[in-house]
Design a binder for this molecule. Structure first.
Ligand code: GTP
Ligand code: MG
Length: 178
C-alpha cells in the first residue's frame, strides 16, 4: 500500500514580499495569515518580518517562510541580504499608483542582480478593490508580466480577493516545478 503523506512536507520554501512602500505587502500577508484587514493609518514596515504559514498543494502541506520586507529606500540593503536565499518572490505594485507600477522594472533589475537565477517570481497588482482610483489597467499588468514571463494576478488585501490563491500558486510553482 502507498505510504501516507507526511503531515508537513520537508519543503520549506522561502518567499519574500517586495515592492514600493505602501503597495500593501504587510496588509496582504496579514490577510493571508489572519484573514483580516487592518484599516487606519499606514505604518511602514521597519526592517523585515517573518511569518510561517502552511498551505496545501495537491495533498502536500508546504510550510512557507514568508519574509515581509520594508519598501522604503533606506531599508534596501536589508532586503538585498534576503534575496539570495529566496525560492520565490511576490512582487507587488498598487493599481492606484502609477509610480509603483513604473518601479516594477527597477525591482526586477534588482532581483536579477541579487536573487538566484531560478527564483520564482509572481507579479501582483494589489488594491484591486479601489476601482474608482485605478491608474493601471489590468491588461497593462498582464502585458508587463508577459514581457518578463512571470505569472500575474490582481489582489486585494482589503477584500481578500486572490490572496490565498496567490500564495498557494507560488507554493505550487516552487514545489511542483522546481
Ligand atoms: P512598507 O512596509 O512601507 O513597504 O508598505 P507596505 O507595502 O507593507 O504597505 P501596507 O501593507 O502597510 O499598506 C499601505 C496602506 O495601504 C495601508 O494604509 C493599507 O491599509 C492600505 N492597503 C493595503 N492593501 C490594500 C488593499 O488591497 N486595498 C485597500 N483599499 N487598501 C490597502
Ligand atoms: Mg509593510
Amino acid at each position: 500500500a502507498p505510504a501516507a503523506a507526511p503531515p508537513i512536507s520537508l519543503i520549506r520554501p522561502i518567499t519574500i514580499l517586495v515592492g514600493d512602500s505602501g503597495v500593501g505587502k504587510t496588509s496582504l500577508l496579514v490577510q493571508f495569515d489572519q484573514g483580516k484587514f487592518i484599516s487606519g493609518s499606514f505604518s511602514a514596515t521597519v526592517g523585515i518580518g517573518l511569518t510561517n504559514k502552511v498551505v496545501t498543494v495537491d495533498d502536500t502541506k508546504v510550510k512557507l517562510q514568508i519574509w515581509d520586507t520594508a519598501g522604503q529606500e533606506r531599508f534596501r540593503s536589508v532586503t538585498h541580504a534576503y534575496y539570495r536565499d529566496a525560492h520565490a518572490l511576490l512582487l507587488l505594485y498598487d493599481i492606484t499608483s502609477k509610480s509603483s507600477f513604473d518601479n516594477i522594472r527597477a525591482w526586477l533589475t534588482e532581483i536579477h542582480e541579487y536573487a538566484q537565477s531560478d527564483v520564482v517570481i509572481m507579479l501582483l497588482g494589489n488594491k484591486a478593490d479601489m476601482s474608482s482610483e485605478r491608474a493601471i489597467r489590468r491588461d497593462e499588468g498582464e502585458r508587463l508580466a508577459r514581457e518578463y514571463s512571470v505569472p500575474f494576478m490582481e489582489t486585494s488585501a482589503k477584500t481578500g480577493v486572490n490572496v490565498e490563491l496567490a500564495f498557494t500558486a507560488i507554493a505550487k510553482y516552487v514545489t511542483v516545478f522546481p
